[in-house]
Design a protein around this ligand. Sequence first.
Ligand code: BES
Ligand code: MN
Ligand code: ZN
Length: 499
Amino acid sequence: MGEVAVEVKLPGQIEPDVLALPVPEDGGGAAANGARILDERLQGRLQRLTQEGELRGELGKTLVLHTDGELKAHRVAAAGIGRIEDLDADALRTAAASVARATEEVGGTVAWLLDETLPLPLDEQARAVVEGIVLGSYRPGRWKTDAHEPRPVERIVLCAGDQAGLEEIGARSARVARWVNWARDLANSPPNELTPEGLAARAAELDLPSLRVEALDPKQIDELGMGALGAVGRASANGPRLIVLRYEPAQPARADLTLGLVGKAITFDAGGISIKPALKMEDMKGDMAGGAAVLAGTAAIAQLGLPVRVLTVLAAAENLVSGDSFRPGDILRAANGKTIEITNTDAEGRLVLADALWYARREGATHVLDIATLTGAMEFALGDLYGGMFANDDAWRDEILAAARRSGDHVWPFPLHRRFRKYVDSDYADLKNSSDLQQASPALAAEFLREFAGDGPWAHLDMSGPGFLERSRGDYLTQRGGTGYGVRLIVELATALVT
Ligand code: BES
Ligand code: MN
Ligand code: ZN
């Protein structure tokens, strides 16, 4: 899917390939809404389908009808949006994604009738519809040699009266959603293709205004004393990289603020010597999803030209097994000088983040958010919809929670508490990287990270559940694999920081 144009027009002004009409489940299906006028032109076909029980407005179900010249639109897609009292932005995203899928052999121009009678403001409808169409059109099978290519959606027309601002909101949503899909591509990329060096190359390809990209190689990582990142990456022939992006807009709205985004980018996590079981190990190619999110999020911020300084750091490494692996029992020295006893080489995420957090602070980040597929327990706790967040600062936590609520990347707060610190005490070193306590593993990881997060607001978002799907979520994310979770949240947060 290439660039998608977004326009606002009245239905009479366009000849779309598909005209989508939201149909609620309660209130007589297509009899509600502005649908009645449309249905008159269609000689009551929608009404009859409703009576026959074929059109019920069930969320995520789309019925496609050909028109026979009664309308300028070539097809009408009746998009179920579920019960009105349950309607939210996610429901509209789901309905829009369903339209995109039901008409994937058509593509071209998709028009959507925004509906003032729905309990969601028109600007939120516009955002959700555009996101749903772009995200719902994503296909993960890029590596199939005989793939049947669906026809891409090239233009989205939001049908509304004269609504200044909707077009800009729609166009912006399309851009951001394309970066979400870009992040999904990275997470779905096979680990033989997307090595730490390969990821650095993808970052270097970004050619956006005011954005500089560099990557530190294993030698530079050693020289800076990043003994934790260096150790994790050592077993692989594909050495680690610290990928750094600096977005310096000409006129930042807040001189005192640099948003620091830190991403875990383990391009494959075999667990190291503390090796993982074979079942589903292939999904550990997605252990760089946090890195993909901060990379794509930063790119989106730069493309939108948001007036906020951003410093982004990806800790990229492959956690493998070889004669040169780091071991349980090893004691590492991180860049901030703290020593870490390794008790489990599979708790590698907090190690690479430790050095990346230090680097982000050293380079001037004032407000830090790290995003990582850090613990399996967080996925057990929250499933595939929410990420869990820890923070050392209430205002920063609330800012991120508010941005998350608006963005569709759902976040739930978790407690950071000194109580958990003693479980990462080591008898030999300053800390150990995992505990034998069979409790609170996400909170222990957060407590570990706190030691490296430096001074100032910091939040840690554990996205193990929503970052990479084992199966369709049944909403607008219908595909297995990378979700691009975090990209929309980052853009929303950056926007909020300067408005
Ligand atoms: N990348 C994994 C966490 C993970 C597991 C993310 C499943 C998504 C799905 C991480 O590196 C890991 O292995 N964590 C261990 C930590 C433990 C050894 C303290 C875990 O959660 O089991
Ligand atoms: Mn691991
Ligand atoms: Zn991992």
